[in-house]
Design a protein around this ligand. Structure first.
Ligand SMILES: Nc1ncnc2c1ncn2[C@@H]1O[C@H](COP(=O)(O)OP(=O)(O)OP(=O)(O)O)[C@@H](O)[C@H]1O
Ligand SMILES: [Mg+2]
Length: 316
């Protein structure tokens, strides 16, 4: 088998907390294997241990137990570090420098020489959508712009593997879309991307596989489509210009009808219904379709269910 891009074995972290420095287990025996070229979503609610894992991989903190390899080398190996990029959860930069100056500094650290360096900095800022703002001091950029800068920073050394801690946080819908597109572009180039998020739709848009962490433990992993917990549990349809007659005809096949305004309704369809035929019937009756969305369990539902089930299993 090819060398995995990332291999994590039994990684465990206890933080010492409080006056008595009691250990608090933030990560408990995490084992994962990620192949080269994968876009892997590392999901979990607040406090699940995502940032802890990424900090362990970057050796910003050290494990209580377990080990990991990046690009076939033990973490900390300088050769492997040159080939990775990292975006921290709350990155902070020298914020009296401009975006351009700061990125030039990072490029210098990686040994890029002029004129290539100037071109590289300019291309990266273009790529993440920082325009005129590149001449602003970083402290004058909005949160979303700083986040974009952070992504440019993570790409400065043309890394083979990227570790991104909540890359979409602080971004508006356009910014999220741009970051998704950028991740897909990086995947096309064959890079491996490991990113954390607590937003399922971000993972759905770009990930082949995901792992779900809760309370420091791995509770699920696999392809999103194979994780039964995330399959659609129905459809939510919004229609306009729906006549009362047509509504009565379809009502028995819906799970719920919510009036929104005159002629406009939210219809919930059960998972086994074929939405195509249903939509065609509505359109034939003169209604117009506003939207159709799969109803899914959110990550939050998933956690509530898993965590309560784990707790009740423990009691029995
Ligand atoms: N330096 C620290 N000292 C003590 N406990 C910590 C420390 N850092 C994190 N923790 C605890 O470890 C657990 C995991 O935190 P972590 O930051 O890894 O979660 P996360 O999954 O990144 O959450 P979020 O989605 O909020 O970023 C939490 O209970 C947190 O309070
Ligand atoms: Mg975090």
């Amino acid at each position: 088998m090819a060398t995995p891009a990332l291999l994590i074995e039994g990684l465990t972290k206890d933080y010492a907390v409080g006056f008595r420095r009691r250990p608090h287990r933030a990560l408990d025996g995490l084992t994962l294997r990620i192949e080269p070229g994968e876009v892997f979503g590392f999901l979990g609610p607040n406090g699940a241990g995502k940032t802890t894992t990424l900090k362990l991989l970057m050796q910003l903190i050290y494990p209580t137990a377990g080990r990991a390899e990046i690009l076939g080398r033990p973490i900390g190996d300088i050769g492997a570090r040159r080939r990775l990029g990292y975006l921290a959860e709350n990155p902070s930069f020298y914020d009296y420098l401009t975006a351009e100056e700061m990125l030039t500094y990072f490029a210098q650290l990686f040994g890029y020489q002029l004129p290539e360096r100037r071109q590289r900095v300019s291309d990266l800022l273009d790529r993440v959508g920082i325009g005129q703002e590149r001449r602003f001091q970083l402290r004058k950029l909005s949160k979303g712009m700083v986040q974009r800068f952070g992504i440019a920073q993570a790409l400065v050394n043309d890394p083979e593997i990227l570790f991104l801690d909540e890359p979409m946080s602080g971004l508006d819908p356009l910014g999220r879309r741009d970051v998704r597109a950028l991740i897909l572009e990086l995947r096309e180039q064959g890079r491996t991307i490991f990113f954390s998020s607590h937003i399922l739709s971000d993972a759905e848009a770009v990930c082949g596989r995901v792992a779900v962490l809760a309370g420091g433990r791995l509770v699920a992993q696999g392809r999103l489509t194979d994780l039964r917990e995330f399959s659609a549990r129905g459809w939510e349809l919004v229609v306009a210009n729906l006549s009362p007659d047509a509504l009565e005809r379809v009502r028995p096949r819906t799970a719920r009808v919510t009036p929104i305004s005159a002629g406009r309704y939210g219809l919930e369809l059960p998972p086994d219904s074929a939405p195509d035929a249903f939509l065609a019937e509505l359109v034939a009756a003169g209604a117009s379709i506003v939207s159709l969305n799969p109803l899914r369990e959110t990550l939050e539902d998933f956690f509530v269910e898993r965590v309560t089930r784990a707790a009740s299993d423990a009691r029995h």
